[in-house]
Design a protein around this ligand. Structure first.
Ligand code: 1GP
Length: 251
């Protein structure tokens, strides 16, 4: 039983899954979004009542993580979840952090090494820590995550490998599975793979990477995704937030 006082965001995700309510998260990559675009994205996110802002990126060369979080907090009530591309992307000002274990890869640093380094900081942090099995799926182009993590993604048609990897993550006690084709993927994850994985696990499933339209987001939640993440497409057209949120919430 999850304590909702200690894990309010995760408890809400579990409750939503139980009730069949789907969630939409907008990803903000501080390196890509210009500061003048941020205000518009926050406003649209608030209007569309998105379920959270994810913040993270592969590099994060701009030192603006705290500034962006403060800006969101000042102008919206949407929860902020860190989706860190590295162990340096930590801010105590956010609400929660996905403690990612790259279970599709075989790089020990990203399975446990970095976790050991950051554990003492996370233990004393006010952040809600949500352990997450992160699975990269081949999206048709080499992605930043694949290069930076020095791992191969799971081939796009190997549903059985994806299923077994997700089950292993669940049995290890991870609280979420996040299947990601990588930011800017040419092909989003197939609805067949989403369906196969979602029907094999009981923990919530997040899908991201290469989702560019409300239709695609809708198909993903219909196929079994509990949550959908979109980043790239919103950088090009922030107004998409409204359509995608409506599509996901209608499912
Ligand atoms: C990437 O899943 C996220 O890690 C979002 O991908 O930027 O392609 O929407 P996009």
């Amino acid at each position: 039983m999850i304590n909702p006082n200690r894990f309010p965001i995760y408890a809400d995700l579990l409750e939503a899954k139980k009730q069949g309510k789907k969630k939409f998260f907008a990803l903000i990559d501080p390196d890509k979004l210009h500061f003048d675009q941020i205000d518009q994205t926050i406003e649209l996110g608030q209007t569309a009542q998105i379920d959270a802002f994810f913040i993270g990126g592969s590099l994060m060369v701009n030192n603006v993580l705290d500034d962006i979080i403060i800006r969101i907090k000042e102008n919206s009530t949407i929860p902020i979840i860190l989706f860190p591309g590295s162990s340096r992307q930590l801010s105590y000002k956010a609400d929660a952090l996905l403690f990612l274990s790259l279970i599709s890869g075989r790089n020990p640093e990203l399975l446990i090494g970095k976790h050991v380094e950051t554990a003492p900081y996370l233990k004393i942090s006010p952040l809600e820590i949500i352990s997450t099995g992160y699975m990269l799926i081949d999206g048709g182009v080499p992605t930043s995550v694949s290069y930076m993590s020095n791992t191969y993604p799971i081939p796009a048609t190997k549903n059985d490998i994806a299923v077994c990897t997700a089950i292993a993550g669940e049995l290890l006690g991870l609280k979420l599975i996040y299947m990601d084709a990588g930011s800017g993927a040419r092909q989003a994850i197939s609805t067949k793979m989403i369906n196969a994985v979602s029907s094999s696990i009981d923990i919530p499933l997040i899908i991201g990477g290469g989702i560019r339209t409300a239709e695609r987001a809708y198909q993903n939640v219909q196929a079994g995704a509990d949550m959908v993440v979109v980043g790239n497409a919103l950088e090009k057209d922030p107004n998409l937030i409204i359509d995608i949120a409506a599509a996901v919430h209608s499912a």
